[in-house]
Ligand binder design. Structure first.
Ligand code: FAD
Length: 345
């Protein structure tokens, strides 16, 4: 078990497990640099997996058509030989230069990393949950109102109110219903955007009397000092209901905000990080910015641009991680050394 004060050491800490952060693992791995990745989302893939998993992408070189999730799955397969460690559902809060080259980074889950280089692949910033329009919700957040499920067991034996009609609301309804004392799902319409199979399973649980479904909106919260005791729900038919609950889990989707990146002492321009186009180093040596988060003359926010940036970034990162070693340029097609690292020779 990792304690809060234990420090995780690695060559590179990659902030963001979007397509560009994932490909950075591959390029770093080819040059023997080990990576840990942190992402605020509970799954890898960034915008591709979160915003358009089923939409086809047509401009990945050599792949005429691939979905956002398909590309993520393929990248995960490609980086397998390098055994990256993922820290999902966590946000990097602080990045501090403590040596040359040495950085200390911390997450909102209390993890501490020390690494030789930091690769910011934070895209459009951190995905943050949309807050439901309920007056006075703030004091309950992270005490009784949760926008993500980090540990299911925290909800065992509790009276839960899940709010929303998409896949997250339905998936968590189905996962938490067996361990909750009682679960109520609230959605503003009797139509759901989630997968039909999940909708059918949820309706079967309601029909069997194992959970409740309310069509309407949560209008008020009752409780004290962040501890929730009840919620008021206004039905679409004008009815008013009061339900006693311990926790509320609203799943209203995500928005992208820059988040803590702005506090890391970097030169920023219009919420983007200017980077050197030869190395993708930022104004802080050893701190790199690749993918949608960076800016330079002619920048295109395309996945293929981020892949190129990852490859160039590694050349400079290698010099910082292994200053005594000479970097030899090699092709994967012809280098047995690279092929051994990939497990194909
Ligand atoms: C609808 C749509 C369609 C698109 N179609 C195409 C297309 O056809 N072709 C194309 O090339 N591009 C397309 N794009 C753009 C493409 O998705 C982006 O260029 C790409 O996702 C950028 O990758 P990235 O890894 O830089 O960032 P992202 O995909 O944004 O990933 C960044 C990750 O960093 C995480 N993060 C941010 N801050 C922190 C923090 N402090 N701590 C921890 N994690 C953090 C975020 O949670 C996120 O998961 C499309 C975008 C959208 C929205």
């Amino acid at each position: 078990m990792l304690t809060k004060t234990e420090v995780i050491t690695t060559d590179a800490l990659i902030i963001g497990a979007g397509p560009v952060g994932l490909f950075a693992v591959f390029e770093l791995g080819l040059l023997d640099m080990k990576s840990h990745l942190v992402d605020i989302l509970d799954k890898p893939g960034g915008q591709c997996a979160e915003l358009y998993p089923e939409k086809p992408i047509y401009d990945i070189p050599g792949i005429p058509e691939i979905s956002g999730q398909g590309l993520t799955t393929a990248l995960m397969e490609q980086i397998k030989p390098f055994h990256p460690t993922f820290h999902l559902g966590e946000m990097v809060e602080t990045v501090e230069k403590i040596g040359d080259p040495l950085f200390r980074c911390t997450t909102d889950a209390g993890k501490v990393f020390e690494c030789k280089v930091v690769v910011i692949a934070a895209g459009g910033g951190s995905f943050q949950p949309k807050r439901p329009p309920i007056q006075g919700i703030e004091p309950y957040e992270e005490k009784s109102v949760f926008y993500a499920v980090r540990k299911m067991d925290a909800f065992r034996g509790k009276r839960l109110l899940v709010v929303g009609g998409g896949d997250s609301a339905l998936d968590w309804t189905l996962n938490l219903q067996p361990i909750a004392q009682r679960l109520t799902l609230v959605h503003r319409r009797d139509e759901f955007r989630g997968a039909p199979d999940s909708v059918n399973k949820m309706r079967a649980l309601v029909a069997a009397g194992n959970m409740d479904l309310k069509i309407g909106q949560v209008t008020a919260l009752e409780g004290a000092e962040g501890v929730l005791s009840a919620c008021s729900i206004k039905g679409n038919d004008g009815s008013l209901a009061r339900i006693e609950v311990d926790c509320m889990l609203p799943f209203f989707g995500l928005t992208m905000k820059l988040g803590p990146v702005a506090d890391w002492g970097l030169k920023m321009e219009e919420e983007l990080i200017p980077a050197d186009t030869g190395t993708f180093e930022t104004s802080v040596p050893g701190l790199f910015a690749i993918g949608d988060i960076n800016s330079y003359p002619g920048k295109l926010k395309l996945i293929l641009s981020g892949f190129h940036e990852a490859a160039l970034m590694c050349q400079k990162a290698f010099k910082l991680c292994f200053p005594e070693q000479r970097l030899i340029f090699r092709y994967t097609t012809s280098s047995t050394d690279l092929q051994k690292k990939l497990g194909v020779a």
